[in-house]
Design a protein around this ligand. Sequence first.
Ligand code: EPZ
Length: 419
Amino acid sequence: MDRILIRGGRPLEGEIVIGGAKNAALPLLAAGLLTDERLLLSNVPALADIATMSELLAQHGIAVEPAGADGRSLSLGGAIRSTEAPYDIVRKMRASVLVLGPLLARAGEARVSLPGGCAIGTRPVDLHLKGLEQMGAVIALEGGYINARVPDGRLRGAAIVLALPSVGATENLMLAASLAEGETSIANAAREPEITDLAACLCAMGARITGIGTDRLVIEGVPRLHGAAHRIVADRIETGTYACAAAIAGGSLLLRHARLDHMAALARVLHEAGIEVEAEADGVRIRRRNGLRGVDAMTEPYPGFPTDMQAQFMALMAVAEGAAMLTETIFENRFMHVPELNRMGARINVHGASAIVRGVAQLSGAPVMATDLRASVSLILAGLAARGETMVSRVYHLDRGYEAVERKLAACGADIERI
Ligand code: EPZ
């Protein structure tokens, strides 16, 4: 099994190209179920999760094929052949549940394996199901599966108020509502840039959506959607991760194609910690000239500080001067990187939903492993700043969400290799 070896202590200098957002690409692939016509997605990142979603679509009858010469475009097309999303695929990736809304809207039925809990929390899908029931679906949970059907044949619009701004529920319901009869409103909707990106693509396919980018989406259903071409938004979490890499290792990085407007909360805390973050013509420049200061942060739905950046920011705070309190409000179990960082010499205590990070002058390399994507990459960041060698195992977590992390960092001067 692959591992990543880092010899720390080298500053980063140069440019990293930021890819398309994984968490935008996954619901956009699910949107391919909403039409028989061709959907062309460009700026698609080459990631294990994209391959998993493509496999799931193929199982439903939608072929996902490489298009164009850049190796970053996918063409989706075909008629729905099966409405079952089997356990074997869903267990690999929870985002598989995003096919539920489109299948119900298009085929009037779906049988989707219930995603289990995962390393970061229990992660129920009750809000997805409640919203779809309000739209006329009849849903039963049997044998680990969500069995859903639409007795009237077509979903109907509804006034949905989400109990919390779930990203996945907002996406599933928006996908379903675009083909429902009449108007659907989603109040307390999530407003992450990935949702705005999905809405933009749906509109290009003929959907009628207003309130995009706000916490109240209104979708006027249409009888059918058509093909379209859509370029996937830059990955704000990949951007933030490399911003933390430059901050922890020192030096200066240009993150090409990055969007500063999508990372305002992170930019604010990085700035308070002593890091320069500036927009440039086609990207964001990150520079560390001086020492790092400890800064508190609390995860929140967008536009707040992202939970997907908590682990990486914690690695940074582990070597800052003073203390930082990092509070996780989105997932109940997202501190698995703490014991691993502590094995590298960090001083972090967790109490409930908060971690107190007391900065140390230097981390020391160690063999480490993590059980989720962002936790794994936080260990790589720690390795960049540590004295000696850090070996990160279970790299398959990384490959789900970071394309060529070792090559991108090595090209900017890091001593890092895949073994
Ligand atoms: C998305 O997950 C992302 N995944 C996650 O990315 C991200 O951490 C998360 O949003 C929060 O920003 C994708 O976009 C594919 P939620 P999602 O529904 O949609 C609770 C990464 O590392 N909840 O907004 O599953 C839930 O348990 C990851 O790339 C319910 O209670 O997140 C959680 O506590 C991992 N009932 C909170 O809401 C529901 O029906 C937020 O979850 C749905 C969610």
